[in-house]
Design a protein around this ligand. Structure first.
Ligand code: LLP
Length: 415
């Protein structure tokens, strides 16, 4: 299987093809390329060849993505009962599905306890309470304990997870909880931790520290309870959002991860989300307003924070490119690209040098395959966009565009 180049930049997407898709499917529109997802999976599998890889499905749960990743043989890490249901529906083998409980609502536990009986999936608990609640439901499936490793990392404080008290059982309490779980008859198969999201540069050091701590913890738990099958050290592999950023050297990251883990009698696992899908997706949006102001030129577009929330939520940078067919011949101006939502934060990019925009131009927003459509919302009564997946030289609608009627359909109140 070809694993392609280490990164696909926004400039690598074929402008004419994207213009055709926007004309056919309208905007705002997410375009996904399953072939690129497959390449990303192949690169991960080649670097982490001895490790167990799962896909954190929260990054993108659209069907073409789930089916493509399932076909590569990796597992699925799910953050909710809904994600488990969708992963199973897309064909993931139940044994390769893990549900990571974070303050799980009752319905989630009801669902996964049933699903575990039918599909043998693994339930990861991050609190002793969750263990009790599984016990109350007669859970007899495979269990994993999530540790809070006390070290976090990530592209923004809001996505640094490892040291946040919300996640996982404090490290020093894990051995006792593991022994207790085994004594109570649970089938303890693994340990888990996750540092955070978008790890690169100096954060890699923090991630290695997490892996080393998990290696130590695993040795301790194994000596207490006998055996466990795996230790999963989470996801978080970063991707270059800026054109000038280099991609991760996956082989080096894999070697360092292995080394930090050390000699442990259990399989090492990782569960990236973003890495599989980020550069396999772009967002297309149409310019509807060009407004010169004393400070900047505002380029108003039809995609906003309800379409792609990352810039508003984490100040994330996404590359923006003009797809105007004569873009090369236009003067470059510095602009603010802003959406249609009535919020100051609704800006996709500031101080961006772009070919002078005109109403009707098409813009592409890069690296939109991860946490893009997935985090879209209906604020301001904005219907969510459509998603198309490339299929050879064709493209297929994967998720239809919402209408206002889809939103109001849920309302039960009438005069
Ligand atoms: N495993 C666990 C337990 C997680 O909580 C996450 C992400 C992952 C794996 C996958 O992380 P990844 O490889 O995709 O970085 N919405 C944010 C990211 C939040 C991710 C939350 N958990 C963003 O758009 O940057």
């Amino acid at each position: 299987m070809s694993s392609g180049v280490a990164v696909r930049r926004l400039s690598d997407w074929d402008a004419e093809r994207l213009r055709d898709l926007a004309a056919e499917f309208d905007t705002p529109l997410y375009v996904l390329d399953p072939d690129r997802v497959r390449e990303n999976a192949a690169r991960l599998q080649s670097a982490f060849d001895a490790e167990e890889i799962s896909y954190a499905v929260k990054a993108n749960t659209t069907r073409p993505v789930l089916e493509t990743i399932e076909s590569t043989g990796v597992g699925a890490e799910c953050a909710s009962a809904g994600e488990v249901e969708r992963a199973l529906a897309a064909g993931f083998d139940g044994e390769a599905v893990r549900y990571t409980a974070v303050n799980p609502p009752e319905e989630d536990l009801d669902y996964v306890v049933d699903a575990a009986a039918d599909h043998d999936l693994i339930v990861t608990v991050g609190a002793a309470d969750t263990l009790d609640r599984l016990d109350e439901r007669g859970f007899s499936g495979r269990l994993c304990i999530r540790a809070n490793p006390g070290v976090g990392a990530g592209h923004h404080e809001k996505v640094s997870t490892g040291a946040a008290p919300k996640f996982g059982v404090p490290m020093d309490r894990v051995p006792d909880l593991a022994s207790e779980a085994v004594d109570r008859g649970f089938d303890l198969v693994g340990l888990h931790a996750h540092a955070g999201s978008g790890i690169s540069g100096e954060d890699l050091q923090a991630h290695r520290e997490l892996v080393a701590r998990m290696g130590d913890l695993a040795r301790r738990v194994i000596s207490d309870v006998g055996t466990i099958e795996f230790v999963n050290v989470g996801g978080g592999l970063g991707v270059p959002y800026r054109e000038e950023e280099d991609p991760l050297d996956l082989d080096a990251v894999a070697a360092a991860t292995r080394e930090a883990f050390g000699d442990v009698d259990a399989r090492l696992g990782i569960e990236p989300g973003r890495y599989f899908v980020a550069d396999a997706g772009v967002l297309l949006t149409r310019v509807n307003t060009v407004k010169p102001t004393p400070e900047t030129t505002v380029v108003g577009v039809d995609a906003g924070m309800t379409t792609l929330v990352r810039p508003a939520m984490y100040d994330s940078y996404h590359t923006i490119r003009s797809l105007a067919s004569d873009a090369d011949r236009r003067e470059t101006v510095s602009v603010t690209v802003a959406g249609p939502i009535c919020e100051t934060a609704d800006v996709l990019g500031e101080d961006r040098p772009l070919p002078d925009s005109e109403r009707g131009d098409l813009l592409a927003v890069g690296n939109a395959g991860a946490y893009g459509y997935e985090m879209s919302s209906n604020y301001n009564s904005r219907p969510r966009p459509a998603v198309v997946a490339l299929d050879g030289t064709d493209a297929r609608l994967a998720v239809r565009r919402e209408a206002v009627a889809d939103i109001t359909e849920l309302e039960t109140w009438s005069k």
